[in-house]
Ligand binder design. Structure first.
Ligand code: NI
Length: 142
């Protein structure tokens, strides 16, 4: 039986610049295009957090989830430069890396609900999604 999930939407505004010191300036320009612009740019990020319902009660405590996501994710990134975040010291601030980081920040802090998926909408046309690395093939999860 597939689990029932609940998805909540959160928002934050942040600046970033796609750039890596592993590449030359020219290579950075080619790989990241205008996102490599030295002045950076901003996005109104939308974060979609999907949790599985509690196996015991079947009810997700949305207030608790909101508090957790606001404290752990929104406050950390809202009106910040993502490139200045310590977690991005060694990787670029791509949507892929951001959605994985948000997963890694939230997953250990969800005691009663299982985090099922994190989505990040970066622009009108860019959506990133991560559901964790450990997905057992069939059988019980968790
Ligand atoms: Ni960007």
């Amino acid at each position: 039986m597939s689990p029932v999930t609940v998805t909540r939407r959160y928002r934050f505004c942040a600046a970033h610049r796609l750039h890596t010191d592993h590449l030359t300036s020219e290579e950075n320009r080619i790989v990241f295009g205008k996102c490599n612009n030295a002045n950076g740019h901003g996005h109104n990020y939308v974060v979609l957090v999907t949790v599985e319902s509690d196996v015991n009660g079947g009810v997700v405590d949305l207030e608790q989830l909101d508090r957790l996501v606001n404290d752990t994710v929104v406050r950390r990134f809202d009106h910040h430069d993502l490139n200045g975040d310590p977690e991005f010291a060694r990787c670029t601030t791509t949507g892929e890396n951001l959605v994985k980081l948000i997963w890694e920040l939230l997953e250990p802090k969800l005691p009663n609900q299982r985090l099922a998926k994190v989505g990040v909408i970066e622009t009108r046309d860019n959506y990133f999604e991560y559901a964790g690395s450990a997905q057992p093939a069939g059988g019980s999860r968790g």
